[in-house]
Design a protein around this ligand. Structure first.
Ligand SMILES: C[S@@+](CC[C@H](N)C(=O)[O-])C[C@H]1O[C@@H](n2cnc3c(N)ncnc32)[C@H](O)[C@@H]1O
Length: 203
């Protein structure tokens, strides 16, 4: 794993998770994924970001420290206890003012959001990726982007002999977005694979 691009506070949170919640440390985006998504945020001047699946706050921390002071990152997370850890590190990094937490089930919460976002990062339960895609697409600004993590699923999506439940769900999702004419998708092989979906503008 390339840790070159990490700040001290990102490194500290990642170490903390590894030491205290080892089972969950692989669930966080990798430093090079964080770096890549932050380049997208900067290149596209994204200021209003929605994250679905926050865990201990590593991805949101990475986005916040690399965004302008008036950026806003709304984090949807169902697990209250992991958010406590996230809040501690966000406060230490002095970026809490950029973050809004919504604690609950994203599948319900997304039905009641009427705001538009420059970028929506989706990193929650894989079985709902198609649902998150359909619920998030209308919430994008004109030039907005959807970014999904884990679309290569450790390479298992390409192994025809592997047919475990999550691999099948992710394959189904990848095929769904590949065929969808409302978006243009790139799959980037960084970390566990990112899908970057850009809304196609009607002329
Ligand atoms: C892969 S982790 C997120 C990692 C985080 N984005 C990072 O890189 O640091 C997935 C998170 O999604 C949350 N989650 C799963 N299903 C959810 C749902 N339906 N609503 C809200 N959060 C959900 C889990 O509790 C877990 O914390």
């Amino acid at each position: 794993m390339n840790t070159f691009f990490e700040t001290n506070i990102q490194k500290k949170l990642r170490e903390y998770v590894k030491n205290n919640f080892y089972h969950a440390s692989h669930m966080q985006i990798t430093p090079d994924q964080a770096h890549y998504i932050c380049s997208i945020l900067n290149n596209n001047k994204c200021k209003n970001i929605l994250e679905i699946g926050t865990l201990y706050g590593y991805s949101a921390l990475s986005f916040a420290i690399n965004s302008p002071n008036d950026a806003k990152i709304t984090c949807i997370e169902k697990d209250k206890s992991s958010l406590k850890v996230a809040e501690k590190f966000w406060s230490e990094a002095n970026i809490s003012h950029k973050i809004k937490i919504i604690n609950g089930d994203a599948m319900n919460i997304l039905n009641n959001i009427d705001e538009k976002y420059d970028l929506i990062f989706i990193d929650a339960d894989k079985k709902n990726y198609i649902n998150y895609f359909e619920k998030s697409l209308p919430l994008l600004e004109k030039n907005g982007l959807l970014v999904f993590d884990n679309v290569l699923w450790k390479g298992l999506v390409a192994q025809k002999s592997n047919n475990d439940r999550v691999t099948i769900e992710i394959r189904k999702f990848n095929e769904y977005i590949r065929k969808d004419k409302r978006i243009k998708t790139e799959i980037v092989s960084i970390g566990d694979g990112l899908a970057i979906c850009k809304k196609i503008l009607k002329s």
